[in-house]
Design a protein around this ligand. Structure first.
Ligand code: ASP
Length: 350
């Protein structure tokens, strides 16, 4: 029987009262995959490199029969609740005014549903709020103060997310603030050095059910109100239960214009392997990049990584420059794997 909103509020409220945060939401009724019900593949979880601990948690859960989205959300919750990870959740680097605002989105392949929150404050696990939007509303994306209010109504506990370390980093940034830090010069030149970081995680189960999630505190020192690619379905993450999943970390502004996660899944649908699909997405991103963010050699001045897996358990990570890694867990256990790349580090514009 489907979980009612009243049941949810009761359960989540009890969880919130009992501890720190609602660590899990009541399970939705499982819906069989609409495609290939007899499919037998290999379970696999891929994530950004900061998901090394999380991919193991997610993999163990999906192998034990848990829903793939619940599994990967448990995986990303580790980083969201880790104050040392300054790219996501508790301890995330704040915006220009010293306020931590978070973005997250998720997709559930078997039921073809999606949920997201953007620019939400005070809730450490926006991935779970995104899933609550998916599970308990008729909408896909809630933003700002209303997303926070929704989360509290659903039983999440608000808390201060700005750790002392992140506050000190913000103070140091602010002390060095100059007119080039947030807004573009009138002549279009840009000398912005932003910190980025995020966690994206994607999973496929043995019977080919797929899910994806991305959660972030976004670009550090961003203009208040800025939303990146992470909560944008088709940019920060995307999954299609008939094909695979993809997601990204890095400069969201560059990815949004290419709809990178959607494009990766579409390339895989056309028959490309995950690595070639992601490299083609990187090429599209560069083709869509404005001149001010390209060096004289046409190479990008920013970092952006993509991760993907297919319904039959193949996976890849890719980026513009050599050297990045991503996390994977399959029957060989959790490990970091090198991303495919387009350019040598020496080709990066200085
Ligand atoms: N993609 C995130 C954003 O643009 C940030 C990041 O991954 O570093 O908000």
């Amino acid at each position: 029987m489907p979980t009612s909103r009243r049941d949810f509020l009761h359960t989540a409220g009890a969880l919130a009262a009992a501890g720190f945060l609602p660590r899990s939401l009541p399970a939705m009724p499982s819906v069989p995959s609409p495609v290939s019900p007899d499919f037998r593949g290999r379970p696999c979880v891929v994530a950004s490199a900061n998901g090394l601990r999380g991919v193991k948690v997610a993999y163990d859960r999906i192998v034990a029969g848990e829903d793939p989205l619940d599994g990967i959300i448990a995986g990303v919750n580790i980083q969201e609740l880790d104050p040392e990870d300054q790219s996501v959740g508790l301890g995330g680097l704040p915006n220009a005014e010293g306020v931590v605002t978070l973005d997250a989105s998720c997709m559930h392949g078997p039921t073809r549903r999606a949920g997201a929150v953007a620019c939400i404050e005070d809730i450490a696990t926006p991935s779970l709020v995104a899933k609550a939007v998916m599970d308990y509303t008729d909408h896909v994306l809630l933003v700002g103060p209303q997303a926070r209010r929704f989360a509290i109504e659903m039983g999440f506990t608000p808390q201060n997310l700005l750790t002392e370390k992140s506050r000190q980093d913000w103070l140091r940034w602010r002390a060095r603030l100059n007119p080039n830090d947030m807004y573009l010069d009138y002549d279009g030149t840009v000398k912005i050095k932003f910190h980025t970081g995020t966690i994206n995680m994607n999973a496929v189960t043995a019977n080919g059910d797929i899910a994806s999630v991305t959660t972030t505190s976004g670009m550090a020192w961003k203009v208040p109100g800025r939303v990146g690619d992470s909560p944008i379905i088709g940019a920060g993450q995307y999954c299609d239960n008939t094909v695979g999943a993809a997601g990204s970390t890095g400069r969201g502004e560059a990815n949004i214009k290419a709809c990178g996660a959607f494009l990766a899944v579409e390339f895989m649908r056309q028959g490309l392997g995950p690595e070639e699909a992601l490299l083609r997405v990187m090429q599209r991103v560069i083709a869509m990049t404005e001149d001010r963010l390209l060096g004289p050699n046409g190479r990008p001045r920013f970092d952006l990584q993509f991760y993907a897996l297919t319904k039959d358990g193949r996976f890849a990570g890719a980026t513009a420059y050599e050297g990045a890694s991503f996390a994977v867990c399959d029957e060989q256990g959790p490990r970091l794997v090198k991303c495919a790349y387009l350019f040598k580090e020496s080709e990066r514009p200085r």
